[in-house]
Design a protein around this ligand. Structure first.
Ligand SMILES: Nc1nc2c(c(=O)[nH]1)N[C@H]1C(S)=C(S)[C@@H](COP(=O)(O)O)O[C@H]1N2
Ligand SMILES: [Mo]
Length: 381
């Protein structure tokens, strides 16, 4: 601001270190790191959930906790970015009052790119945060729009960093000459602001990270889901009542498997097949994740019985009549993994209706949305 003539800044006047470029850089680099982690884990999550055809059979089923960690990081970095973004906006908002507002085409384009960056950042954090609470008060579909705006944000951020590069470089280290040249001042100093921002990040992280990082689950006060709260010690997103699958009768239910040698099995017949066990997490894309002990029949055994050729892909259809997760496709890597089960048991008990009775999918290193509940049909593709 100091470079502008006084008369060009009619109101308000901002002085002090809390609005200077050194502070903006100090907060900006933490915000940049959070955004980078959030972007990379988000893009990964998107392609794991909706792989293009060439990738679908190559997605690795190990490590079993892979998606749990990356999606936990996605949501945690997004949450941490909220206080950082507000601190950054507060530091730089005096620039809104820069006069003349537009100094030429270059300046206009730069201001436009900052407007896009701020709008996209606010949009991403707002929609992402509401998604963790499964609240969608908008007329568009969350996933494609959140994904598209992520690229907009990434582009605007790259441009912003490029434009500000000389300033960022000059202020990166605390003892850069630019800082020393500033006059000493009274009032709140930069360190208090940075400490405040760090405390805010720590507070929102500690009170939400327990939703995926089980050792801290007792501190999880703010996240919508608690790892322990739910039937059979596991949270539930869509209940059997919501999916209208409560009235599935165990005696009438059949698992039908289509393929070269199609067949159908009753629940008793499935239980009589060789059973396998797996310790695997449900890792919901909304951020919560919990590991559980599953028992059931290996998918690869069921596919083999249907005469499926090796490296077959499988489509899983739920009994649910409607819903975004009624039909799921599973690539060959998952279908062949010995830990991928048609689960009949959870934590030592028969699956409860909310966890997918009579049978559900559990696979390693996969997003929760594809752990299909209330399975009725498998189709060898
Ligand atoms: N048929 C069906 N399966 C489903 C869903 C669904 O809506 N319908 N929700 C999925 C989501 S989003 C998650 S996170 C997991 C949660 O499993 P849980 O309720 O047993 O914890 O189930 C998945 N399976
Ligand atoms: Mo989920």
């Amino acid at each position: 601001m100091s470079r502008l003539p006084r008369a060009a800044v009619p109101w308000p006047r901002f002085t002090g270190r809390l609005h200077d470029p050194r502070t903006a850089t100090a907060i900006g680099r933490w915000l940049g790191l959070a955004v980078l982690v959030c972007f990379l884990t988000g893009v990964l999550s998107h392609y794991v959930q909706r792989p293009p055809d060439w990738l679908a059979d190559r997605l690795p089923s190990r490590p079993v906790w892979g998606y749990r960690v990356t999606q936990g990081l996605h949501v945690a970095s997004g949450i941490a970015a909220v206080p950082l973004l507000f601190a950054k906006l507060w530091t730089v908002y005096p620039r809104l009052f820069v006069r003349p507002a537009l100094r030429g085409v270059r300046h206009a384009l730069e201001r436009l790119s900052v407007a896009v960056l701020v709008a996209a950042s606010l949009f991403q954090l707002f929609t992402g945060l509401l998604n963790t609470a499964q609240w969608y008060p908008w007329p568009f579909s969350f996933v494609p729009v959140h994904f598209a705006v992520a690229w907009l944000l990434a582009g605007a951020l790259l441009l912003h960093v490029a434009v500000k590069w000389p300033e960022i470089r000059g202020h990166w280290r605390a003892r850069s000459p630019g800082t020393l040249a500033l006059p000493p001042e009274e009032g709140p100093d930069r360190r208090s602001l940075l400490t405040g921002a760090a405390v805010a990040v720590g507070a929102v992280t500690v009170t939400t990270i327990g939703q995926s990082f089980t050792p801290l689950k007792d501190l999880n006060l703010l996240a919508p889901r608690h790892p322990d709260h739910g039937p059979q010690g596991l949270p539930v997103n869509r209940t059997a009542a919501a999916a209208r699958t409560e009235s599935v009768s165990a005696s009438a239910w059949r698992l039908t498997v289509s393929g070269p040698r199609p067949y159908a099995l009753t629940l008793a017949e499935l239980r009589a097949l060789p059973q396998a066990e797996a310790e695997l997490p449900i890792a919901c894309v909304e951020g919560w994740s919990v590991s559980a002990h599953w028992g059931g029949v290996r998918i690869r055994d069921l596919l083999e019985r249907a005469g499926a050729p090796p490296a077959s892909r499988v489509r899983v259809v739920s009994l649910e009549r409607s819903g975004a997760y009624r039909v799921m496709e599973m690539g060959a890597e998952y279908a062949e993994d010995p830990l991928t089960l048609l689960a009949l048991r959870l934590n030592g008990q028969v699956l409860s209706p909310d966890h997918g009775f009579p049978a559900r999918i559990i696979a390693p290193n996969r997003p929760g949305v594809w752990q299909t509940k209330w399975v009725g049909r498998l189709e060898v593709l």
